[in-house]
Write a protein of this length. Structure first.
Length: 248
């Protein structure tokens, strides 16, 4: 069942989104060569709690951290660790903020120091593919219009689109209906209505789109060792167009 939110409820989610976006802004300068992903996780958790919110991911189905930190060939759900980031790495930090029972979800990919031209292109195209999808998130369109816009742009730039992990509805639960794939034909799927709140979160790979799961049961990697990046926003569908609730 798709839960339609009132304007008041959307504004509550926006407040959660503002905390999340502020945390990502701080991470821009916090992330650097030599820092560990565990330090990133601790920084984010402290930031969220110091702003009166809680990290929704911590404890979710037993997940032990406040963030997912996915480095280089890790697509998503990477465990924070004591391994230091190196110059030229790329890292995605994904987190969900709970403020007074309402959630916001956003992932952002970062360059660690100076990165290669290939890595920079992956980051730029992945971010742009997110906004290509958001452009289609208007009343009357279908989920497939979002999906197709992302896939067409990403593949046109030479990257593959991950199939195994998709966007979703969100509200007082982390995962609600509808599901939001980042690939597929246009004019298919659920029709978008005012009051829907969704995440759009494309993950692009330099190689094949397939994934494999580490022994920890969470960490998803590219099957061929190619790089992966992800950008995600939570947005509300309104009669006046999409409102990004996690805008930086």
């Amino acid at each position: 069942m798709i839960v339609i939110k009132t304007n008041e409820e959307i504004m509550k989610m926006k407040k959660a989104g503002e905390i999340l976006a502020a945390c990502h802004r701080e991470l821009r300068t916090f992330i650097r060569p030599g820092i560990t992903t565990l330090e990133i996780d601790q920084f984010a958790e402290n930031f969220i709690r110091n702003n009166g919110a809680t990290p929704e991911q911590k404890g979710y189905h037993g997940y032990p951290f406040a963030t997912c930190t996915s480095v280089n060939d890790v697509i998503c759900h990477g465990f924070p660790s004591k391994t230091e980031l190196a110059e030229g790495d790329i890292i995605t930090v994904d987190m969900v903020v709970n403020l007074d029972g309402w959630l916001a979800d956003s992932a952002w990919s970062y360059a660690v120091g100076s990165v290669s031209d290939a890595s920079r292109k992956l980051l730029d195209v992945t971010k742009e593919s997110l906004y290509k999808g958001i452009e289609q998130a208007i009343v009357g369109n279908r989920i497939g219009d979002i999906s197709h816009a992302i896939q067409a742009y990403a593949e046109g730039q030479g990257f593959s689109v991950v199939r195994d992990f998709i966007g979703h509805g969100i509200g007082q639960k982390m995962h609600e209906e509808p599901q939001v794939p980042h690939y597929g034909p246009p004019q298919r799927g659920t029709r978008l209505k005012a009051g829907m709140v969704l995440t759009i979160e494309p993950m692009l790979n330099t190689g094949k789109y397939h994934s494999k799961i580490d022994q920890d049961g969470w960490t998803a990697r590219t099957v061929d060792g190619g790089l992966s990046a992800q950008y995600e926003h939570t947005l509300a569908i309104t009669e006046n167009g999409p409102i990004i609730l996690t805008e930086q």
